[in-house]
Design a protein around this ligand. Structure first.
Ligand SMILES: *Cc1c(COP(=O)(O)O)cnc(C)c1O
Ligand code: SF4
Length: 392
Protein backbone atom coordinates (compact mmCIF):
# COMPACT_ATOMS: atom_id res chain seq x y z
CA UNK A 1 0.00 0.00 0.00
CA UNK A 2 1.66 3.21 -1.11
CA UNK A 3 1.30 6.50 0.71
CA UNK A 4 0.09 8.22 -2.46
CA UNK A 5 -2.87 5.83 -2.53
CA UNK A 6 -3.77 6.80 0.99
CA UNK A 7 -3.54 10.49 0.13
CA UNK A 8 -5.74 10.08 -2.94
CA UNK A 9 -8.32 8.08 -1.02
CA UNK A 10 -8.37 10.54 1.86
CA UNK A 11 -8.99 13.47 -0.45
CA UNK A 12 -11.94 11.67 -2.04
CA UNK A 13 -13.53 10.82 1.25
CA UNK A 14 -14.89 14.21 2.22
CA UNK A 15 -17.93 13.76 4.39
CA UNK A 16 -21.11 12.87 2.64
CA UNK A 17 -23.54 15.71 3.47
CA UNK A 18 -26.20 13.08 4.17
CA UNK A 19 -24.10 11.91 7.11
CA UNK A 20 -24.26 15.30 8.75
CA UNK A 21 -27.91 15.81 7.92
CA UNK A 22 -28.87 12.48 9.42
CA UNK A 23 -26.47 13.10 12.35
CA UNK A 24 -25.21 9.56 12.32
CA UNK A 25 -21.58 10.31 13.16
CA UNK A 26 -21.87 9.79 16.91
CA UNK A 27 -20.71 11.67 19.97
CA UNK A 28 -17.09 10.51 20.03
CA UNK A 29 -15.77 13.85 21.28
CA UNK A 30 -17.03 13.13 24.78
CA UNK A 31 -14.00 10.83 25.06
CA UNK A 32 -10.91 12.69 26.17
CA UNK A 33 -8.69 10.80 23.74
CA UNK A 34 -10.67 12.06 20.73
CA UNK A 35 -11.86 15.48 21.87
CA UNK A 36 -9.87 17.28 19.15
CA UNK A 37 -10.53 14.82 16.34
CA UNK A 38 -12.35 16.41 13.40
CA UNK A 39 -15.37 14.77 11.79
CA UNK A 40 -13.34 14.53 8.61
CA UNK A 41 -10.75 12.41 10.41
CA UNK A 42 -13.34 10.38 12.29
CA UNK A 43 -15.06 9.55 9.00
CA UNK A 44 -11.77 8.62 7.30
CA UNK A 45 -11.27 4.85 7.49
CA UNK A 46 -7.49 5.17 7.23
CA UNK A 47 -7.50 7.45 10.27
CA UNK A 48 -9.63 4.90 12.10
CA UNK A 49 -7.27 2.03 11.27
CA UNK A 50 -4.21 4.09 12.20
CA UNK A 51 -5.74 5.09 15.51
CA UNK A 52 -6.97 1.73 16.68
CA UNK A 53 -6.90 0.99 20.37
CA UNK A 54 -4.06 -1.50 20.80
CA UNK A 55 -2.68 -0.56 24.23
CA UNK A 56 -4.01 -0.81 27.74
CA UNK A 57 -3.22 2.89 28.35
CA UNK A 58 -5.39 3.94 25.41
CA UNK A 59 -8.17 1.62 26.47
CA UNK A 60 -8.15 3.05 29.98
CA UNK A 61 -9.47 6.34 28.54
CA UNK A 62 -12.54 4.46 27.39
CA UNK A 63 -13.45 1.87 29.97
CA UNK A 64 -12.79 0.93 33.57
CA UNK A 65 -10.52 -2.03 32.90
CA UNK A 66 -11.25 -5.04 35.14
CA UNK A 67 -8.45 -7.28 36.52
CA UNK A 68 -9.62 -10.07 34.14
CA UNK A 69 -9.31 -7.74 31.19
CA UNK A 70 -5.97 -6.37 32.37
CA UNK A 71 -4.46 -9.84 32.55
CA UNK A 72 -5.96 -10.74 29.17
CA UNK A 73 -4.46 -7.64 27.55
CA UNK A 74 -1.06 -8.07 29.20
CA UNK A 75 -0.81 -11.61 27.91
CA UNK A 76 -2.35 -11.09 24.48
CA UNK A 77 0.96 -10.40 22.78
CA UNK A 78 2.05 -13.29 20.62
CA UNK A 79 -1.56 -14.44 20.50
CA UNK A 80 -4.42 -12.65 18.81
CA UNK A 81 -3.46 -9.07 19.65
CA UNK A 82 -5.97 -6.44 20.72
CA UNK A 83 -6.97 -3.90 18.08
CA UNK A 84 -10.24 -1.97 18.25
CA UNK A 85 -11.26 0.79 15.86
CA UNK A 86 -12.19 4.06 17.60
CA UNK A 87 -15.68 3.74 16.06
CA UNK A 88 -16.19 0.27 17.56
CA UNK A 89 -14.52 1.20 20.86
CA UNK A 90 -16.90 4.16 21.16
CA UNK A 91 -19.78 1.69 21.46
CA UNK A 92 -18.36 -0.01 24.57
CA UNK A 93 -19.97 0.51 27.95
CA UNK A 94 -17.29 2.05 30.22
CA UNK A 95 -18.73 0.57 33.40
CA UNK A 96 -20.11 -2.79 32.37
CA UNK A 97 -17.63 -5.55 31.61
CA UNK A 98 -20.57 -7.63 30.35
CA UNK A 99 -21.15 -5.14 27.53
CA UNK A 100 -21.55 -7.24 24.37
CA UNK A 101 -19.14 -5.08 22.36
CA UNK A 102 -16.54 -5.15 25.11
CA UNK A 103 -16.76 -8.93 25.42
CA UNK A 104 -16.08 -9.31 21.72
CA UNK A 105 -13.25 -6.78 21.59
CA UNK A 106 -11.28 -6.77 24.84
CA UNK A 107 -9.09 -9.79 25.71
CA UNK A 108 -9.79 -11.46 29.07
CA UNK A 109 -7.90 -13.86 31.26
CA UNK A 110 -10.26 -16.75 30.29
CA UNK A 111 -8.61 -16.79 26.84
CA UNK A 112 -5.50 -18.21 28.43
CA UNK A 113 -7.39 -21.36 29.33
CA UNK A 114 -7.17 -24.00 26.63
CA UNK A 115 -9.85 -26.67 26.99
CA UNK A 116 -9.37 -30.29 26.13
CA UNK A 117 -11.20 -30.38 22.81
CA UNK A 118 -10.01 -27.04 21.50
CA UNK A 119 -7.87 -26.87 18.40
CA UNK A 120 -5.63 -24.43 16.56
CA UNK A 121 -7.51 -24.99 13.33
CA UNK A 122 -10.91 -26.35 14.42
CA UNK A 123 -12.42 -26.63 10.94
CA UNK A 124 -9.27 -28.16 9.42
CA UNK A 125 -9.06 -25.40 6.85
CA UNK A 126 -5.30 -25.75 6.48
CA UNK A 127 -5.68 -29.42 5.59
CA UNK A 128 -8.16 -28.60 2.81
CA UNK A 129 -5.95 -25.90 1.37
CA UNK A 130 -4.48 -26.85 -2.02
CA UNK A 131 -2.82 -23.43 -2.42
CA UNK A 132 -1.97 -20.95 0.39
CA UNK A 133 -5.01 -18.75 0.98
CA UNK A 134 -7.48 -21.09 -0.70
CA UNK A 135 -9.76 -23.57 1.12
CA UNK A 136 -11.51 -26.10 -1.07
CA UNK A 137 -13.94 -28.29 0.85
CA UNK A 138 -17.18 -28.39 -1.10
CA UNK A 139 -17.15 -29.46 -4.74
CA UNK A 140 -18.61 -26.29 -6.24
CA UNK A 141 -17.22 -23.52 -4.07
CA UNK A 142 -14.05 -22.23 -2.46
CA UNK A 143 -13.02 -19.89 0.27
CA UNK A 144 -10.34 -17.38 -0.71
CA UNK A 145 -8.56 -15.81 2.26
CA UNK A 146 -7.24 -12.56 0.84
CA UNK A 147 -5.78 -10.98 3.97
CA UNK A 148 -5.10 -11.81 7.64
CA UNK A 149 -5.92 -8.32 8.80
CA UNK A 150 -9.19 -7.06 10.27
CA UNK A 151 -10.42 -3.67 11.43
CA UNK A 152 -10.95 -4.97 14.95
CA UNK A 153 -10.03 -8.41 16.25
CA UNK A 154 -12.85 -10.50 17.67
CA UNK A 155 -11.90 -12.48 20.73
CA UNK A 156 -14.00 -15.43 19.53
CA UNK A 157 -12.36 -15.58 16.08
CA UNK A 158 -12.23 -19.10 14.68
CA UNK A 159 -9.24 -18.12 12.52
CA UNK A 160 -7.31 -16.69 15.43
CA UNK A 161 -4.42 -18.94 14.44
CA UNK A 162 -3.82 -16.73 11.42
CA UNK A 163 -5.49 -13.34 11.81
CA UNK A 164 -3.36 -10.47 13.01
CA UNK A 165 -0.98 -7.97 11.62
CA UNK A 166 2.01 -8.07 9.39
CA UNK A 167 1.77 -11.20 7.33
CA UNK A 168 0.32 -11.63 3.90
CA UNK A 169 -0.60 -15.11 2.67
CA UNK A 170 -2.08 -13.95 -0.58
CA UNK A 171 0.79 -12.17 -2.31
CA UNK A 172 0.59 -11.87 -6.12
CA UNK A 173 2.30 -15.20 -6.58
CA UNK A 174 -0.18 -17.08 -4.38
CA UNK A 175 -3.11 -15.16 -5.85
CA UNK A 176 -2.10 -16.28 -9.33
CA UNK A 177 -1.74 -19.86 -8.10
CA UNK A 178 -5.19 -19.69 -6.51
CA UNK A 179 -6.73 -18.31 -9.72
CA UNK A 180 -5.03 -21.04 -11.76
CA UNK A 181 -6.37 -23.65 -9.36
CA UNK A 182 -9.91 -22.28 -9.59
CA UNK A 183 -9.71 -22.04 -13.38
CA UNK A 184 -8.50 -25.64 -13.64
CA UNK A 185 -11.49 -27.06 -11.76
CA UNK A 186 -14.60 -26.52 -13.84
CA UNK A 187 -16.83 -27.57 -10.96
CA UNK A 188 -16.00 -24.43 -8.95
CA UNK A 189 -18.74 -21.87 -9.58
CA UNK A 190 -18.77 -19.94 -6.29
CA UNK A 191 -15.95 -18.02 -4.60
CA UNK A 192 -16.27 -16.64 -1.10
CA UNK A 193 -13.75 -13.84 -0.60
CA UNK A 194 -12.87 -13.76 3.09
CA UNK A 195 -9.94 -13.42 5.46
CA UNK A 196 -9.31 -11.52 7.80
CA UNK A 197 -11.45 -8.79 6.35
CA UNK A 198 -11.18 -8.28 2.57
CA UNK A 199 -12.14 -4.61 3.01
CA UNK A 200 -8.87 -4.07 4.88
CA UNK A 201 -7.29 -4.08 1.43
CA UNK A 202 -7.10 -0.85 -0.54
CA UNK A 203 -9.78 -0.55 -3.23
CA UNK A 204 -7.27 -1.07 -6.06
CA UNK A 205 -5.77 -4.19 -4.46
CA UNK A 206 -9.19 -5.72 -3.88
CA UNK A 207 -10.20 -4.78 -7.41
CA UNK A 208 -7.25 -6.69 -8.84
CA UNK A 209 -8.42 -9.83 -7.02
CA UNK A 210 -12.06 -9.46 -8.03
CA UNK A 211 -11.17 -8.68 -11.61
CA UNK A 212 -9.06 -11.86 -11.84
CA UNK A 213 -11.89 -13.92 -10.35
CA UNK A 214 -14.40 -12.44 -12.79
CA UNK A 215 -12.05 -13.38 -15.64
CA UNK A 216 -12.66 -17.06 -14.77
CA UNK A 217 -15.58 -17.92 -17.01
CA UNK A 218 -17.23 -20.60 -14.87
CA UNK A 219 -17.50 -18.39 -11.78
CA UNK A 220 -21.17 -17.56 -11.36
CA UNK A 221 -21.38 -16.48 -7.76
CA UNK A 222 -19.06 -14.08 -5.93
CA UNK A 223 -19.45 -13.08 -2.34
CA UNK A 224 -17.45 -11.16 0.23
CA UNK A 225 -17.43 -11.83 3.98
CA UNK A 226 -16.77 -8.72 6.06
CA UNK A 227 -17.31 -7.07 9.42
CA UNK A 228 -16.75 -3.54 8.13
CA UNK A 229 -20.35 -2.29 8.49
CA UNK A 230 -20.14 -3.32 12.16
CA UNK A 231 -16.61 -2.46 13.23
CA UNK A 232 -15.85 0.31 10.73
CA UNK A 233 -18.83 1.47 8.65
CA UNK A 234 -16.67 4.37 7.42
CA UNK A 235 -14.95 1.81 5.19
CA UNK A 236 -18.06 1.57 3.00
CA UNK A 237 -17.12 4.56 0.86
CA UNK A 238 -18.70 5.62 -2.41
CA UNK A 239 -15.34 4.80 -4.03
CA UNK A 240 -15.45 1.22 -2.75
CA UNK A 241 -19.07 0.75 -3.77
CA UNK A 242 -18.48 2.12 -7.26
CA UNK A 243 -15.53 -0.22 -7.70
CA UNK A 244 -17.52 -3.27 -6.53
CA UNK A 245 -20.47 -2.34 -8.71
CA UNK A 246 -18.39 -2.90 -11.82
CA UNK A 247 -18.32 -6.61 -10.91
CA UNK A 248 -21.97 -7.01 -9.85
CA UNK A 249 -23.59 -9.13 -8.71
CA UNK A 250 -21.58 -9.54 -5.53
CA UNK A 251 -23.28 -10.79 -2.37
CA UNK A 252 -22.03 -9.48 0.95
CA UNK A 253 -22.11 -11.46 4.20
CA UNK A 254 -21.73 -9.34 7.30
CA UNK A 255 -20.74 -10.67 10.73
CA UNK A 256 -23.26 -9.27 13.26
CA UNK A 257 -23.57 -10.54 16.82
CA UNK A 258 -25.66 -8.12 18.85
CA UNK A 259 -28.45 -5.56 18.30
CA UNK A 260 -26.24 -2.86 19.83
CA UNK A 261 -24.02 -3.13 16.75
CA UNK A 262 -26.81 -1.78 14.56
CA UNK A 263 -26.17 1.93 15.00
CA UNK A 264 -27.37 4.71 12.73
CA UNK A 265 -23.88 4.81 11.25
CA UNK A 266 -23.97 1.07 10.56
CA UNK A 267 -27.40 1.42 8.95
CA UNK A 268 -26.05 4.23 6.77
CA UNK A 269 -23.28 1.90 5.49
CA UNK A 270 -25.74 -0.96 4.86
CA UNK A 271 -28.07 1.47 3.05
CA UNK A 272 -25.27 2.47 0.67
CA UNK A 273 -24.65 -1.20 -0.11
CA UNK A 274 -28.32 -2.16 -0.45
CA UNK A 275 -29.18 0.97 -2.49
CA UNK A 276 -26.41 0.03 -4.90
CA UNK A 277 -27.77 -3.45 -5.42
CA UNK A 278 -25.62 -5.63 -3.17
CA UNK A 279 -27.68 -8.39 -1.53
CA UNK A 280 -26.77 -8.47 2.16
CA UNK A 281 -26.72 -11.47 4.48
CA UNK A 282 -25.66 -11.87 8.09
CA UNK A 283 -23.52 -14.39 9.89
CA UNK A 284 -23.76 -14.57 13.66
CA UNK A 285 -21.66 -16.53 16.10
CA UNK A 286 -23.59 -17.82 19.10
CA UNK A 287 -21.67 -16.38 22.06
CA UNK A 288 -22.26 -16.95 25.74
CA UNK A 289 -23.18 -13.74 27.51
CA UNK A 290 -23.48 -11.85 24.22
CA UNK A 291 -26.38 -13.28 22.25
CA UNK A 292 -27.29 -16.59 23.87
CA UNK A 293 -30.73 -15.46 25.02
CA UNK A 294 -33.58 -16.03 22.57
CA UNK A 295 -34.95 -12.48 22.96
CA UNK A 296 -31.55 -10.92 22.16
CA UNK A 297 -31.15 -13.09 19.10
CA UNK A 298 -34.72 -12.36 17.98
CA UNK A 299 -34.15 -8.63 18.37
CA UNK A 300 -30.93 -8.89 16.34
CA UNK A 301 -32.69 -10.78 13.54
CA UNK A 302 -35.55 -8.27 13.46
CA UNK A 303 -33.23 -5.29 13.38
CA UNK A 304 -31.20 -6.90 10.60
CA UNK A 305 -34.32 -7.18 8.45
CA UNK A 306 -34.99 -3.51 9.05
CA UNK A 307 -31.61 -2.61 7.57
CA UNK A 308 -32.16 -5.00 4.64
CA UNK A 309 -29.79 -7.69 5.86
CA UNK A 310 -31.19 -11.22 5.52
CA UNK A 311 -30.15 -13.48 8.42
CA UNK A 312 -28.11 -16.30 6.86
CA UNK A 313 -26.26 -18.36 9.47
CA UNK A 314 -25.96 -18.66 13.22
CA UNK A 315 -22.75 -20.55 13.95
CA UNK A 316 -22.06 -22.68 16.94
CA UNK A 317 -18.84 -21.15 18.36
CA UNK A 318 -16.01 -23.28 16.95
CA UNK A 319 -13.64 -24.96 19.42
CA UNK A 320 -10.72 -22.66 18.62
CA UNK A 321 -8.09 -22.49 21.36
CA UNK A 322 -8.94 -20.07 24.14
CA UNK A 323 -12.62 -19.55 23.29
CA UNK A 324 -14.30 -21.90 25.79
CA UNK A 325 -15.69 -19.00 27.83
CA UNK A 326 -17.76 -18.06 24.75
CA UNK A 327 -19.10 -21.51 24.00
CA UNK A 328 -22.67 -22.51 24.84
CA UNK A 329 -24.14 -26.00 24.75
CA UNK A 330 -25.63 -26.83 21.34
CA UNK A 331 -29.04 -27.11 23.07
CA UNK A 332 -28.91 -23.33 23.60
CA UNK A 333 -28.72 -22.81 19.84
CA UNK A 334 -31.49 -25.32 19.18
CA UNK A 335 -33.69 -23.58 21.72
CA UNK A 336 -33.05 -20.24 20.00
CA UNK A 337 -34.13 -21.74 16.69
CA UNK A 338 -37.23 -23.18 18.38
CA UNK A 339 -38.13 -19.68 19.57
CA UNK A 340 -37.67 -18.18 16.10
CA UNK A 341 -39.25 -20.56 13.60
CA UNK A 342 -42.98 -20.05 13.42
CA UNK A 343 -42.94 -17.33 16.05
CA UNK A 344 -41.60 -14.67 13.72
CA UNK A 345 -41.14 -13.82 10.03
CA UNK A 346 -39.50 -16.63 8.14
CA UNK A 347 -37.04 -14.08 6.74
CA UNK A 348 -35.81 -13.51 10.30
CA UNK A 349 -34.90 -17.18 10.71
CA UNK A 350 -31.34 -18.09 9.75
CA UNK A 351 -29.88 -21.61 9.70
CA UNK A 352 -28.05 -22.71 12.83
CA UNK A 353 -24.95 -24.67 11.86
CA UNK A 354 -22.14 -26.54 13.52
CA UNK A 355 -18.96 -26.39 11.44
CA UNK A 356 -17.92 -29.98 12.04
CA UNK A 357 -14.58 -30.21 13.85
CA UNK A 358 -12.07 -31.92 11.63
CA UNK A 359 -13.38 -30.43 8.41
CA UNK A 360 -16.82 -31.98 7.82
CA UNK A 361 -18.30 -28.66 6.77
CA UNK A 362 -21.37 -26.87 8.03
CA UNK A 363 -24.06 -29.11 9.44
CA UNK A 364 -27.51 -27.63 10.09
CA UNK A 365 -28.99 -28.29 13.51
CA UNK A 366 -32.39 -27.39 14.85
CA UNK A 367 -35.50 -28.59 16.58
CA UNK A 368 -36.91 -31.81 15.25
CA UNK A 369 -40.29 -31.28 13.61
CA UNK A 370 -40.57 -34.70 12.01
CA UNK A 371 -41.80 -37.06 14.71
CA UNK A 372 -42.27 -40.26 12.75
CA UNK A 373 -42.00 -41.47 9.22
CA UNK A 374 -43.95 -44.55 8.19
CA UNK A 375 -44.57 -45.94 4.73
CA UNK A 376 -46.91 -43.25 3.46
CA UNK A 377 -47.54 -41.35 6.63
CA UNK A 378 -45.46 -38.54 8.07
CA UNK A 379 -46.15 -37.19 11.52
CA UNK A 380 -44.99 -33.69 12.37
CA UNK A 381 -45.31 -31.27 15.17
CA UNK A 382 -45.65 -27.55 14.53
CA UNK A 383 -44.04 -24.61 16.34
CA UNK A 384 -46.77 -24.83 19.02
CA UNK A 385 -45.99 -28.54 19.49
CA UNK A 386 -49.32 -29.64 18.03
CA UNK A 387 -49.25 -32.90 16.10
CA UNK A 388 -50.20 -33.17 12.40
CA UNK A 389 -50.19 -36.08 9.99
CA UNK A 390 -49.53 -35.91 6.28
CA UNK A 391 -50.64 -38.87 4.23
CA UNK A 392 -48.99 -39.44 0.88
C1 LIG B 1 -18.64 -21.76 4.90
C2 LIG B 1 -17.78 -22.23 3.84
C3 LIG B 1 -18.15 -22.11 2.50
C4 LIG B 1 -19.46 -21.50 2.07
O1 LIG B 1 -20.53 -22.29 2.51
P1 LIG B 1 -22.04 -21.87 2.21
O2 LIG B 1 -22.87 -22.82 3.00
O3 LIG B 1 -22.24 -21.99 0.74
O4 LIG B 1 -22.21 -20.45 2.65
C5 LIG B 1 -17.30 -22.59 1.54
N1 LIG B 1 -16.13 -23.18 1.87
C6 LIG B 1 -15.76 -23.34 3.15
C7 LIG B 1 -14.47 -24.01 3.44
C8 LIG B 1 -16.57 -22.86 4.19
O5 LIG B 1 -16.18 -23.00 5.45
S1 SF4 C 1 -13.65 -10.00 11.68
FE1 SF4 C 1 -13.81 -12.21 11.32
S2 SF4 C 1 -11.73 -12.86 10.76
FE2 SF4 C 1 -11.57 -10.84 11.72
S3 SF4 C 1 -11.17 -11.24 13.87
FE3 SF4 C 1 -13.40 -11.00 13.65
S4 SF4 C 1 -14.15 -13.11 13.38
FE4 SF4 C 1 -11.93 -13.14 12.96
Amino acid sequence: MSTSNIAAETQQSTIDPALLKKSVIGDYRRIDLWKDVSELDWEDWHWQVKNRICKKEELSHLIKITPEEEEGINKSHGRLAMAITPYWANLMDPDDSNCPIRKQAVPVKSELKISQHEMTDPCAEDRDSPVPGLVHRYPDRVLLLVTEMCFSYCRHCTRRRMVGEGRNILDRNNLDKAIDYIRSDRKIRDVLISGGDPFMLEDNVLEEIIKKLRSVSQIEFLRIGTRAPVTLPQRITIGLVNMLKKYSPIWISIHFNHPREITKRCKFACDILADNGFPLGSQTVLLKGVNDRPYVMRKLMHELLEIRVRPYYIYQCDPAKGTSHFRTPISVGINIMEKLRGHTSGYAVPTYVVDAPGGGGKIPVGPNYLISEAKDRYTFRNYKKKIYTYIE
